[in-house]
Design a protein around this ligand. Structure first.
Ligand code: SF4
Length: 433
């Protein structure tokens, strides 16, 4: 097949086959998440935000807070249509919603785990304590260098680790709350991914999850016409459309490759495939066991399969955002070594270290997740490779829709189709050419 990338340039498509680095999806565990039975769902109480991040999917709308009645109705729809373990409370920035504490309380009262996805700007210790009392399970702080953050402008991803640490320490001080940090990854920040991975290793005791999301937007180089229903439309009004030439085809495996240059053993264990491409890694999960500044190993696919299956057996839903209390039981997890090759390597690595330095026997071992997300890919035939079993599904007009493309529903009443542009020469009858 012709290498499409060389035809359409750096902002466009990738070859339809291959180029997935050293990973074979058949060696990894396919996370069992589906549309009606998933680990996560996505609630947006507001689309107002106090930052304007480069890669944001949502239009920033002032005073767009949903009423508690509306939020209750959306939660009812989730309950009716979808099992899940946790609800990501996103937006916009959900901390701007005047009733955020009540929203967290509502979700927790339903036996679900409320996880606040925020840029953290308005989080104070008092608010954090209130949210904890209301039942918050975790926070995902979105921090990267293209947010125009006051006091952090011009800082790179390495310098921003200081801010990441401030939030992680704030949660640790209050205690019992899961801490996730997420960054959008752009062409010029891809090289910093290993620096964040390394920083997270140093703080494995208080940083439980690290998430990297590849930047996506529609760019002029994409060789498509865009249709909403039967009508040709312009993508310009959507927040994720740009007229600049930008790289929008970073793959999960690009991030793995760059991580492996510094950490050759880095090994994902589980994934979600694409709706069009079974061998693409839309969500790619790595679990590692270690102590502060020292990783002993990466869990294998069997470990993740056991965790997901066991949680579903016991609680009727797949696991997301395990509690910090569980994540610091790394040593107990090593007991699963006979059942999982990755865990057995980790146990061997740990025992080797203990042999060299017996004091290691007294250190606490922690489990940390690294999730790499590759949002929509546009394929050469116009099909769109979405995440199969999308966890970030939200409610729109009483239906479940992809949250990353909600703006299409808002502006056009449907998701937009991409149709390969037709060369005039090809459509004109031969007699007229
Ligand atoms: S389909 Fe969109 S919303 Fe769903 S997981 Fe993928 S990127 Fe996220």
């Amino acid at each position: 097949m012709q290498p499409i990338e060389s035809t359409f340039g750096r902002g466009g498509l990738r070859p339809d086959s291959g180029d997935y680095g050293q990973l074979d999806h058949r060696d990894l565990y396919r996370l069992p998440w589906t549309l009606p039975d998933n680990a996560i769902s996505w609630l947006e109480p507001t689309s107002q935000c106090n930052l304007s991040c480069d890669g944001c999917y949502r239009a920033n709308v002032r005073d767009s807070h949903k009423s508690i009645g509306q939020i209750k109705a959306e939660l009812e729809i989730f309950k009716r249509l979808r099992r899940c373990d946790s609800i990501s409370i996103a937006g916009g920035d959900p901390l701007l919603h005047p009733e955020i504490v009540e929203i967290v309380r509502l979700i927790a009262a339903d036996g679900l785990k409320p996880v606040v996805n925020t840029n953290g700007l308005t989080l104070t210790k008092d608010l954090l304590r209130e949210l904890k009392k209301a039942g918050v399970t975790g926070f995902t702080f979105h921090i990267d260098s293209k947010q125009g953050r006051p006091h952090w402008k011009g800082k790179n991803e390495i310098e921003l680790n200081e801010l990441r640490l401030q939030y992680a320490e704030m949660l640790a001080e209050v205690g019992g709350i899961s801490c996730a940090l997420n960054s959008t990854v752009y062409e010029d920040t891809l090289m910093y991914v290993p620096d964040i991975v390394e920083w997270a290793e140093k703080h494995i005791d208080i940083v439980h999850v690290v998430v990297f999301i590849a930047f996506r937007a529609t760019v002029p180089e994409l060789p498509f016409d865009w249709f909403a229903g039967g009508k040709k439309i312009e993508m310009g009004p959507l927040p994720y459309s740009t007229r600049e030439a930008r790289r929008v085809n970073i793959l999960s495996t690009d991030m793995v490759n760059v991580i492996r240059k510094r950490f050759p053993d880095f090994q994902p264990c589980a994934f979600l495939n694409g709706t069009e491409k079974p061998d693409s890694f839309k969500w790619l999960l790595t679990g590692r066991v270690g102590a502060r500044g020292k990783i002993y190993g990466y869990v294998g696919s069997k470990f993740m399969e056991m965790m997901q299956a066991l949680h579903h057996l016991l609680y009727g839903r797949y696991l997301a955002y395990a509690k910090p209390l569980l994540l610091r039981k790394g040593r107990t997890m090593l007991l699963l070594s006979p059942l999982d090759r990755g865990m057995s390597n980790a146990a061997r690595g740990y025992l080797g270290e203990v042999f060299r330095n017996p004091y290691r026997l007294f250190e606490r071992l922690h489990y940390q997740s690294i999730m790499i997300i590759q949002p929509v890919d546009f394929l050469a035939d116009g099909s769109q490779n979405m995440c199969d079993g999308c966890p970030d599904i939200t409610v729109w007009n009483d239906r479940l829709v992809w949250s990353c493309r909600l703006e299409e529903q808002l502006q056009f009443g449907c998701f937009v189709r991409s149709v390969p542009k037709v060369n005039d020469e090809e459509v004109r009858p031969e007699s007229e050419r």
